[in-house]
Design a protein around this ligand. Structure first.
Ligand code: ZN
Length: 617
């Protein structure tokens, strides 16, 4: 039926994949750490892992002591002296690993907190809202963030109008020609992207049809990234697309091709060009209709730490489509051959796509990599030292003096049995032990969604588009469906009832798209279009003013399937409050709300409206 809505909610089913990489300045933040470690040796901030098997990023070292002081590894080895007064952690029968790095994720909401709960201390994001990434980066640069994983991010990905990555309901810029490449890449770097992720995928592998950039544009974007010393990472699904990407000089592939049995010449080419591969076997399974994460909630080491929402998602797979050529066996075969050819393999989960969860899924991905022929040691390196080297994260990924004390202590020996990474004894980030929490399972929303108890969403009075819960606000237009409508969103002075600020949306809704729209959308969940239980409330309230036009508030909810329900409202010169009972939206009971879009309707002129004090009551 309504293709636009199918595409919008495709978020849920057709989420995705992405990639990325880049460098941080290698310098250690605290140059004095080593010097002061002697003085602080008797201080309570020294931790000593005693008599532990160490996987240092490359090999297993039995019976070692690892001394942590001031957030750094001060000493490591069988003879490392345990300072007096140090907190001693018994290592007998246990293995100490570098904190894990998930090299392919999409970070929204509380993803980084959730990842850390499973020993993932760094996430490499392959497409998220660049403003969110910037906020995370700013906090990281200001000091250690001991309750969540660190983030590196591709920010906005590079894709064609209507291409993969535009289906999330979030309006993003797109590219159509090689001439735009350098300016496009520079705009991403100005937004803070650590590396450039490029979508080169027409969907045919999955039995879908997506617009995609052409080969010339792909090559130009790779060149533009390299001109700025950034990694160029390519999302693709087929061997043909992989060959184009590698021939264009791409540094890495952020999935593995799964459309046919791997061709030896392609494997050779990837090895020769020293490209790396983040296979994301977890989603390679999920796109074939197999819920790759379904075994995690059955694992007694993992289950108590999963939220109900995560468990649901781990048991899901992507919807499959007629004509899909994707086969998990091809993906496993490709990883086996690439690894044998010496290609660097990185562990990435593509969380939170169907069949995955941030953090927990790395442990599943490691298991799948071993199934695909990596030794347990190689698999562990794929989630530690290898991504650290490739993404130039010089201060992490290994256990060695001077590096960050991002550590994972597990029972038994994952260097011989990979599943042992799940038997977590303790997690340390920057030397600070992480408190693991067992989320409540009382409701399907678990302990995960922190919906503001009073239902307040945004009053914009802090001058930002932030919301009190959920992902906040994004501009949304039909450009993702090939339309040409535009919307710009900003916080302006002069809110309703004399308050400081309001959200202004200006744009044009042009006929041309099959279903034209432009406006601003609020996502109440931790990722775009994630359903949230708002049944504690019965109505939506907001203030609006504008150019006198009639606008629409559209609710996306699980029970409506693909089609949102819309209610019109007027935006006149003066501020006016609108109170819309949930029941007006076809009897909505507040459960499974995915998004609320304030949109203009098609018209010849530019529209302008403001909203303020949005809340549920
Ligand atoms: Zn992805």
């Amino acid at each position: 039926m309504n293709y636009r809505y199918i595409a919008l909610t495709g978020v849920i089913g057709a989420a995705l994949w992405i990639a990325g990489a880049l460098a941080e300045r290698g310098a250690f933040r605290d140059e004095t750490a080593t010097e002061t470690s002697a003085a602080s040796a008797v201080a309570p901030n020294v931790t000593a892992f005693v008599g532990v098997r160490v996987f240092d990023g490359a090999r297993a070292i039995p019976g070692a002591n690892v001394i942590v002081a001031d957030g750094r590894i001060a000493a490591m080895g069988p003879d490392a002296e345990v300072p007096k007064g140090a907190r001693r952690v018994d290592g007998a029968g246990r293995t100490l690993l570098p904190g894990l790095i998930d090299a392919h994720t999409h970070v929204f909401g509380d993803a980084l907190e959730r990842a850390l709960q499973f020993g993932v201390t760094t996430e490499l994001d392959m497409f998220t809202d660049h403003r969110f990434a910037t906020a995370m980066r700013r906090e990281q640069e200001a000091g250690d963030v001991p309750t969540r994983a660190d983030l590196r991010s591709a920010g906005t990905l590079v894709t064609a109008p209507g291409g993969h990555g535009t289906e999330y309901g979030v309006s993003i810029p797109t590219i159509t020609s090689p001439e735009q490449a350098q300016a496009f890449v520079d705009a991403r770097l100005a937004e803070g992207s650590d590396y450039i992720k490029i979508v080169y995928d027409d969907g045919s592998v999955y039995g879908l049809q997506w617009p995609t950039i052409d080969r010339e544009t792909l090559a130009a974007v790779v060149e533009a990234a390299h001109a700025r010393d950034r990694l160029a990472l390519v999302h693709m699904g087929s061997q043909r697309a992989a060959r184009d990407a590698i021939e264009a000089g791409a540094d890495g592939l952020v999935h593995v091709f799964a459309d046919s049995a791997p061709e030896p010449e392609l494997v050779e080419l990837i090895a020769k060009r020293r490209a790396f591969v983040i296979p994301t076997l977890s989603v390679n399974q999920s796109v074939t209709g197999v819920a790759s994460g379904a075994t995690l909630p059955e694992d007694a080491h993992v289950a108590p730490y999963l939220t109900a929402t995560e468990i649901e998602n781990l048991k899901r797979a992507f919807p499959t489509h007629r004509g899909s050529k994707a086969r998990a066996a091809h993906a496993f075969d490709a990883v086996r051959r690439l690894n044998a050819a010496g290609v660097a393999i990185l562990a990435g989960t593509d969380a939170p796509n169907p069949g995955t969860a941030h953090g927990a899924s790395v442990h599943r991905e490691l298991e799948l990599l071993v199934e695909a022929g990596l030794t347990p040691i190689q698999a562990l390196a794929a989630a530690t030292a290898v991504p650290a080297r490739i993404f130039a994260l010089a201060d992490r990924g290994r256990i060695a003096p001077g590096l960050r004390a991002d550590l994972l202590l597990v029972d038994s020996d994952p260097t011989s049995n990979i599943a042992a990474t799940r038997a977590i004894v303790g997690i340390w980030k920057g030397g600070v032990e992480v408190t693991r929490q067992k989320p409540s399972r009382a409701t399907t929303d678990g302990g995960r969604r922190r919906v503001d108890a009073r239902g307040r969403v945004s009053d914009f009075d802090d001058g930002t588009t932030r919301a009190r819960f959920g992902l906040g606000w994004s501009a949304s237009t039909d450009q993702m469906m090939g339309g040409t409508s535009t919307a710009e969103m900003k916080v302006v002075r002069g809110g309703a009832r004399g308050t400081a600020h309001a959200l202004e949306v200006i744009g044009t809704v042009r006929d041309g798209a099959q279903f034209p729209w432009a406006g601003a959308i609020f996502f109440p969940g931790g990722r775009p279009m994630e359903g949230v239980n708002l049944s504690a409330f019965t109505e939506l309230r907001f203030w609006a003013r504008g150019d006198g036009g009639t606008y629409l508030v559209m609710v996306f909810a699980e029970r409506f399937g693909m089609v949102p329900v819309e209610v019109p409202f007027e935006a006149g010169v003066d501020w006016r409050e609108h109170v819309i009972p949930f029941s007006t939206f076809q009897g909505l009971d507040g459960r499974g709300v995915r998004g609320i879009l304030f949109s203009a309707r098609p018209g010849p002129d530019r529209f302008a409206f403001q909203i303020d004090d949005v809340q549920f009551r």
